[in-house]
Each structure stands twice: as C-alpha cells, then as structure tokens.
Design a protein around this ligand. Sequence first.
Ligand SMILES: Cc1cc2nc3c(=O)[nH]c(=O)nc-3n(C[C@H](O)[C@H](O)[C@H](O)COP(=O)(O)O)c2cc1C
Ligand SMILES: O=C(O)C(=O)c1ccccc1
Length: 369
Amino acid sequence: MTTSALGQEPSVALRTEDFAVLAQARLEPAVWDFLSGGSGAERTLAGNLRAFDAVRLRPRILTGTAEPDTGVELFAHRWPVPFAIAPVACNRLLHPEGEVATVRGAGALGAVTIVPMLASRTLEDIRAAAGAPLWLQLFWTRDRALMTELVERAESAGYGALVITSDMPVMARRLRDLRNRFVIEPEFGPVNLGSAGVQVRGGEGESGVRAHAAKTFDPTATWRDLEWLRSTTRLPVIVKGVLTDRDAELAVRHGAQGVVVSNHGGRQLDGAQSSLTALREVTRALGGRVPVFVDGGVRRGVDVLVALAAGADAVLLGRAPMWGLAAAGERGVREVLALILEELREAMRLCGAATTADLGPDLLSWSAP
Ligand SMILES: Cc1cc2nc3c(=O)[nH]c(=O)nc-3n(C[C@H](O)[C@H](O)[C@H](O)COP(=O)(O)O)c2cc1C
Ligand SMILES: O=C(O)C(=O)c1ccccc1
C-alpha cells in the first residue's frame, strides 16, 4: 500500500506515496501505524482508495485550454487551490515543529489548514506562522466551557471558520493502536486543552488515545448542540463526518454553513461507505445550498478532479500532506501539495477543463474500464 513500486526508497518523489516511504523510514513503527491505520478490518480505509481507483473519466478535446484556473470561491473568499489540509491531531508526533511546519508548507500554496483541536502547538503560535487562512476543528467535549474557550481564542487569533467533528461519539477500535497500546507522549500531545489534554495510558488491549477520547469526548451530542455551537460564534460552522443525504439535510436544517463528507479516513465506523460514494448522495441532496467538502483517500490530482466533478466545492487532504510533514517538515508538506496541484493542472488540461466550474458529473464514468 505505501511502498513504492520497487519497495525501495524513491530517489525522486513522483507521487505522494513516495513520501509515505520516506515517512515510514523516519517514524517509530507505532506512530506510523497510528498515521496509516484504520479501524476494524480496515475495509473502509481500503474502500476510500478503491472508490477513486474505480472511476473513469470522459474528457473533452479541442477546448483550447492552455492554463487552467484551479481556484474556487468559498465563503466569499477565493482559494487559489481547491484543497485544504484536513485536521490531524498532534502533528509533533510526525515532526518536531508540528503544526507550525504544516501551516508554513500549506501557506506556500495559499491552502487553508484546518487546525486540529488536539494540536501540539498553540493556536496562537500556529496563527503566527500561517501564510494562508486557518480554520479550527473541534470535537464535542464533555466540558463545553473548553469548547467555548477555544472558540473565543480562535476568533481572537483570526481563524476563519469552525469545523465540528461529529463522527467520534467514541473512538473506534483501531487494532494497530490497541496492539501497540499506542499512547501520545506528553511532549507531542495536545497543548490547547489544559488539563483535558493530559494523556491516559492504555491497558491490555487498549490504546492511550482511545482511553483519552473516552474520558474527554461527549457521546451524547445531538443536532441541538449544533444550534448551541452556532449561537456561541460569528464564525461559519461546518459539520465534519456526514455520510448520508439525510444527515446532510439535518445539518443544514440545524444551521450548518458547510459539511465535510468524511468517514474519518476509515478510522471510525469500519464498513462505512466510501467518501466518494457518500459525496454523490450528499451533493444531490444539498443542491448547492452550502459548500460541500470531502476527504478520504485523496492521493493525487486526478482524485481532486474527480471529487470536484462529483460535486465537492473543495477537498481535504489528510495522510498525504502528513507523509510530507514526516518526511521533510515544512518543505515536505509544500512538495506534496505542489505535486497534487501539478497533477490536478495536468488532469484539467487533459480533460479540457479551463476552470473548476467546468468540472461536472458529465466528466465521470462509473461503469467498468
Ligand atoms: C493520524 C490522524 C489523525 C487524525 N486526527 C483527526 C482529528 O484530530 N480530528 C478530525 O476531525 N479528524 C482527524 N483525522 C481525520 C482527518 O481529518 C481526515 O478525515 C482523514 O485523514 C481523511 O482521509 P485521508 O487520510 O485518506 O486523506 C485524523 C486522521 C489521521 C490519519
Ligand atoms: O486519530 C484520529 O483520527 C483522531 O481523530 C484522534 C482523536 C483524538 C486523539 C487523537 C486522534
């Protein structure tokens, strides 16, 4: 899955998976497992990739497109690239500079970073390093005052939106982490949560991250809590973890100003449908009422193109830029994003698409090769 074609260290990184090889060589095995693993039998993890593998394109010719425009319009802002960095907890596990390196790398391309609630650098230090807008991701924590405190800090520091992750009432059993009794050491752990950030050690057949989540996260949250969260802020609130048309509809009805179609990178409900399959039903249900983001299994530019053609307004990248971060810090993040952008530009030209608005369902074939 994550080795190069020859199973050796690549001399030139030509695809994002080449960065995965470099990342694995640098990371402790348990951290590598945490980054790359999924829950259960890892069916959904594999399904996200398979769904992109299975799509075929119906390109147009002779459209006269020399330089495609990869920009998108979101919340009255122009994004130069149609992707952002998905929230990934504790970036210091992957590189000593952590989220500071991530936002520097993303900023080089003007890409938004969704800073995780469980960031391993302070929200303010991350803001100071950022070269592009930042959004803040939150979990539903039992301690609601913690959520409002972080919302206030994000507003003061100029964060542009909130993303409320709603697919983790409990952390799923990730067998690799259970076997490794994976625990995030305090020096790499969340620094914005006060005492709620203190890590727990897992016992036999338990991981520290799962024990911490059980203690900290609130499994009783409902759509009413979404209305509450909206009432605490003037920032747009985006719900992450939507997988069905029904929940997309409910999210909008309860005030969501955007949704992220996501199965959490195959790390939560194992057996959940692929993000690309879910994207199709969600975009059909919402009909453009709010921006739709999608993540899960996006590894190359043509995957971004497919997601946009299937109706996403933009794509979030999780593991791919984190491979870059682990391989080479800020530069690695920048190189992974630049590679995906280069691939996207090529795919747009070869599809005859001058702008992202030209990417629609007519481009996609869902039947066999
Ligand atoms: C190591 C790791 C940590 C993650 N931490 C968070 C998190 O703190 N909050 C969150 O909403 N999603 C988290 N995610 C999920 C990502 O935001 C995203 O949904 C997923 O990685 C997308 O799939 P991809 O990795 O195939 O691109 C994490 C994912 C990984 C791989
Ligand atoms: O690993 C994850 O997917 C994730 O969201 C998370 C949540 C809490 C702690 C560490 C990671």
